[in-house]
Ligand binder design. Structure first.
Ligand code: ACO
Length: 379
């Protein structure tokens, strides 16, 4: 057992402002969640994901012709080089899809390394990953399941449609594509969260873009961060009725278990993204004639509010929404990557533009200085 001290309430950099950003506000008075000055409510209702990615990368919304060119660029970048396909084929079928993306990113960084560490090189590498992440994931998925080498260079109009088309083997209904697109908008950016901060730390050492993104994917994988959407689905899947969910949840709370998809480091009353994805999930449930997943989710939500005064974060209702879109649970966190690469790229650029090595200090809690004892004389 470790004898290191328990984490304290002052740990985890809670409440520490670790730098400046012009990209996003999270829970800021009068702003709420905003990307580059636009509220998340406006962006989710009125913009598509590519428009939002462009906004994050360039600092302003695209004109119609800029958006058309950007969509074309991304659509033309969906193909995978042969050595990357070979690497993906070598990964076992039971690899976690987050590890597939982490590996795919690293391999692409070897085949198409970033040249120059500039704003332009980061935008080019970020756009390539935006276009190629769905292709990598679904190429690996189909090859390891049934040996099929799928064509990833489709002419789907956007990333949401491309992802669902490659996953399901046929174009998805428009309502599903829009729900997926909104989800990508919601996941695109969130200030100095753990994975973005990781990207900034790695970028601050003047490492290349792919190294920073590989680190970001690693940080996102854990259930306290992005992995919570998968863990929330696993929780919902435990129950067949709302009453069963209520009983099960009360037991978990009595055992002081963490309930995934609830709580947030910054938001104290509500996560503004949650209501938006909940409404999508509710509509998808209705269209699918669901009588289990959504009612169970709502009951878990109600019990957490009643018993703990806690609210759902973005991950909770994203889980049921993705289930209704036909997405396997282990792909939930990879979708977070497919979207968040836009925010990570914006932060890598911002970090480079005013770079200083990120290197905080620590309060020492170890032993006093002591005599070194030769190996033969140690008790
Ligand atoms: N279930 C049950 N209790 C909880 C939960 C939860 N989900 N979240 C916090 N608490 C409790 C803690 O146990 C703690 O109780 P205590 O004071 O009795 O010890 C209290 O609420 C305060 O929580 P902290 O751990 O101090 O909150 P922190 O800011 O460190 O953690 C976090 C935030 C990691 C999001 C936490 O709420 C959590 O673990 N949630 C579940 C994982 C999750 O959903 N992550 C997704 C985050 S959002 C995203 O990535 C899109």
């Amino acid at each position: 057992m470790s004898d290191s001290p328990k984490p304290t309430k002052t740990g985890g950099l809670a409440g520490v402002n670790a730098g400046e950003t012009a990209i996003c506000t999270v829970g800021k008075e009068g702003y709420g969640l905003s990307y580059r000055g636009y509220t998340i409510e406006d962006l989710a209702a009125r913009a598509g994901f590519e428009e939002v990615a462009y906004l994050l990368l360039h600092g302003h919304l695209p004109t119609r012709s800029q958006l058309t060119s950007y969509r074309t660029l991304l659509a033309e970048s969906r193909g995978l080089p042969d050595p990357l396909k070979t690497a993906l084929e070598l990964l076992p079928a039971d690899t976690h899809p987050m590890d597939v993306l982490r590996t795919g990113c690293s391999v692409l960084g070897c085949l198409e390394p970033e040249r120059g560490l500039t704003r332009e090189s980061a935008i080019a590498a970020g756009n390539r990953l935006l276009a190629a992440f769905p292709s990598m994931l679904l190429y690996w998925y189909h090859f390891t399941r049934d040996g099929q080498r799928i064509e990833t260079q489709t002419d789907d109009p956007n990333i949401a449609a491309h992802f669902l088309h490659l996953l399901l083997g046929k174009p998805a209904p428009e309502s599903h594509v829009r729900a997926m697109d909104v989800s990508l908008v919601l996941y695109a950016e969130h200030e100095f969260n753990a994975s973005t901060f990781t990207v900034r730390v790695i970028t601050s050492t003047l490492a290349d873009f792919h190294s920073a993104i590989v680190g970001g994917i690693g940080a996102l994988r854990g259930p306290l961060h992005g992995g919570a959407n998968e863990a929330a689905m696993d929780l919902i899947d435990l129950y067949r009725t709302p009453d069963e969910a209520e009983q099960g949840l009360l037991g978990k709370l009595a055992r002081k278990e963490l309930i995934m998809g609830f709580g947030h480091r910054v938001y104290k009353k509500a996560d503004p993204r949650s209501a938006i994805i909940q409404e999508k999930s509710r509509k998808l449930a209705e269209a699918a004639g669901d009588q289990v997943i959504y009612p169970v989710s709502e009951r878990i939500d109600a019990v957490m509010r009643r018993e703990k005064g806690m609210f759902t974060n973005l991950d909770f209702y994203s889980a049921s929404a993705y289930r209704f879109l036909g997405i396997p649970t282990p792909m939930f966190t990879p979708i977070f990557v497919i979207s968040r690469i836009s925010g990570w790229t914006a932060h890598a650029i911002e970090q480079r533009e005013r770079n200083r090595l990120i290197r905080p200090a620590a309060d020492y809690t170890g032993p006093e200085l002591r005599e070194f004892v030769e190996i033969g004389k140690r008790g």
